[in-house]
Design a protein around this ligand. Structure first.
Ligand code: URA
Length: 205
């Protein structure tokens, strides 16, 4: 894990993700969590922000939401080597609840500050298809703070040369109060990953 330095000028272009002070989230996070996956993966999956486990391990989607994502990828027939996984926001935002650290949704200014890193990753990986998991990811990917899942799900969008597929966040499929909603959300995630796979195959023809 990188040392947390408080003496970095927030006005300076950060030399690395660990030195990023573009917003204040670094202060209470263990470390920044970069994306993970092959450099030229055809599919980029964007989540919201690291959770408790991701913050501790320094890798995206390694906690319960990650386990669900892995299951959905397998069910959709998408190989791990096809996907680069990252988040709209690279530091864990949380509030204390007893001994636990409870996830807090990032603010629009934090999403905006982190565009710098998502843009760099998108440029480096150059994915054909971006799958946005949940509304924070969708807003970030489309750079539209008013974007909604409801208006964007079920059909691929086009944005800056990438096909965009929007779906629920796995945490919603894990935590929705009733089992029918959880099942419907999980199936929608699998279907979105299948769509992404089809779009990549179509692109190769
Ligand atoms: N939720 C996310 O959005 N991203 C992660 O990396 C883990 C949980």
């Amino acid at each position: 894990m990188a040392t947390k330095r408080a003496d970095i000028d927030p006005q300076q272009t950060p030399a690395s993700l660990d030195e990023c002070r573009r917003c204040a989230l670094w202060e209470h996070a263990t470390q920044a969590v970069p994306g993970n996956g092959p450099r030229h993966a055809p599919i980029m999956i964007v989540g919201e922000q690291p959770g408790d486990q991701e913050d501790l391990q320094g890798k995206p989607f390694v906690g319960p939401a990650g386990a669900m994502l892995d299951r959905a990828l397998e069910e959709a027939g998408v190989a791990r080597k096809e996907v680069y996984v990252t988040n709209a926001v690279k530091h864990f935002k949380w509030e204390p609840r007893g001994k636990r650290r409870l996830h807090k949704t990032p603010a629009q200014r934090e999403i905006d500050a982190c565009h710098y890193w998502l843009d760099r990753e998108t440029g480096d990986v150059a994915p054909k298809v971006i799958v946005a998991l949940g509304s924070t990811a969708l807003k970030s990917v489309l750079r539209d703070s008013k974007a909604t899942l409801q208006a964007s799900m079920g059909h691929a969008l086009e944005h800056e040369g990438h096909a965009i597929v929007a779906t629920y966040h796995p945490s919603f499929a894990l935590r929705a109060p009733d089992p029918e909603t959880r099942e419907r959300a999980y199936k929608a995630i699998v279907e979105a990953l299948r769509d992404a796979h089809r779009l990549v195959a179509r692109h190769r023809k």
